[in-house]
Design a protein around this ligand. Sequence first.
Ligand SMILES: Nc1ncnc2c1ncn2[C@@H]1O[C@H](COP(=O)(O)OP(=O)(O)OP(=O)(O)O)[C@@H](O)[C@H]1O
Ligand SMILES: [Mg+2]
Length: 346
Amino acid sequence: MTHNGATLDDSARRGRLLQLVDAFRRRTVLVIGDLIADEFIVGEVARVSREAPVLILKYDTTQVVPGGAGNAAHNVAALGAHAALAGLVGTDAEGKRLLASFPRQVDRTRVVASARYQTPVKTRILAGGTHSAKQQVVRIDRETDWPLSQAISDTFAQRLVGALDRCDAIVLSDYGSGLVTPRLAVAVRRALKAAGRSVPVLLDTRYRLLDYRGLTTCTPNESEVEQALGVTIGDNPAALETAGRRLLAATRSRAVLITRGSRGMALFEPRRTTVHVPIVGSDEVADVTGAGDTVIATFALALAAGATFAEAMHLANYAGGIVVMKRGTATVSARELADAVRGGIA
Ligand SMILES: Nc1ncnc2c1ncn2[C@@H]1O[C@H](COP(=O)(O)OP(=O)(O)OP(=O)(O)O)[C@@H](O)[C@H]1O
Ligand SMILES: [Mg+2]
C-alpha cells in the first residue's frame, strides 16, 4: 500500500501540514474582540428540594475560563504561538478573575479595564457526582452593558490602531457587543495599509456578517450564514454552494470558511472549486462549546505561518475535531494537532 501515488500524496500533504504546525511557535496573532468570562459552578446532586421540584446541589467548585475573543486568544497560546489580546473588561471582580485566568503567553496589555463597564459573564451550573459525568443544568448570562455605543468602539479603535505593531495575523471576534464594528475593521485595515504590512485579517461575527467588507476571510457557522442571507441550508449541497458564493461576493473577502458542526466545513474561494471536509475523529463528542474559537485560532495561525486557505482549513478541521472531544471551553495543543495530522484521530 505504500507505493501507490495516493499514499505518497497523502504523506506529502501531512508533512506539509506538520511543517506549518511547527512554525506556529514563531508567530503572533492579535485577537481583537468581545471578552466574556465563562464561569462553571459545579455541585454534587444532594437531593430534591421541598420548595420546588428542583435539584439541590452541594457546592463544589467555581472555575472561570476565558470565553469569546478570550477563548480564541487562549487557543492561539495553547497552540504554542504568541497571542496578543485587545478588548474591554470591567474593573469588577469578574473582570479581574477573567484577566487572571489567561496563561502567561497571552499578552493582555491591550485589554482596557473600565470602571464603567460590567464584565460579561456566562455562568453554567453543572450538576454531577465526583465520579459521574457532569451535566449542565442551567446557564445565566450577564451582559448588561451590551450594546456599547459607537463612541466607545471608536475610542477603543483609535487606541488600538496606534499599537498594531508586530503580529502575523489579526482575528476580529465579534460576539455582538458593538466593540468590534465594521468601522473598527476599516480602521485596522487602513493602519495596516499605511504601515505597508500585509497581514491576514480574519472575522468571526455573530450578527453582522454582511456589514464587513474586504477582510481576508471569515468563518461563520451554518446558522449564522442562514440568518445573514435569509436562507435554509441544512443538508442541501446546492443551497450551501449558492450561500458560500453569495457570501464571498457580498463580503469581498478572499475566502469564506463555513463551519457546519457535525457536517464538517466548506471552503469557498473565488474562481476555485469549493472544498468540503468531513469532521475527523469525533465519535465521542463531549462539548461543542467554543469550537468556533478553536477553528478561527487555528485557521489564523496557519495563514500566519504561510498556509494556503485549504491547508489552513484542514488544520482548523483537525483542531475542531479534537476540541469537541473535551469538556467545557477547551483548547488544543500543537502536539495534539500534530498527532491528529499524523493520523492519531483521523
Ligand atoms: N457535533 C460535532 N461533531 C464533530 N465535530 C464538531 C461538532 N460540532 C462542531 N464540530 C467541529 O467544530 C467546528 C466548528 O463547529 P461549529 O460549526 O459548531 O462552530 P460554531 O457554531 O461557530 O461554534 P461556537 O459555539 O464556538 O460559536 C466544526 O467545523 C467541526 O470541526
Ligand atoms: Mg461561532
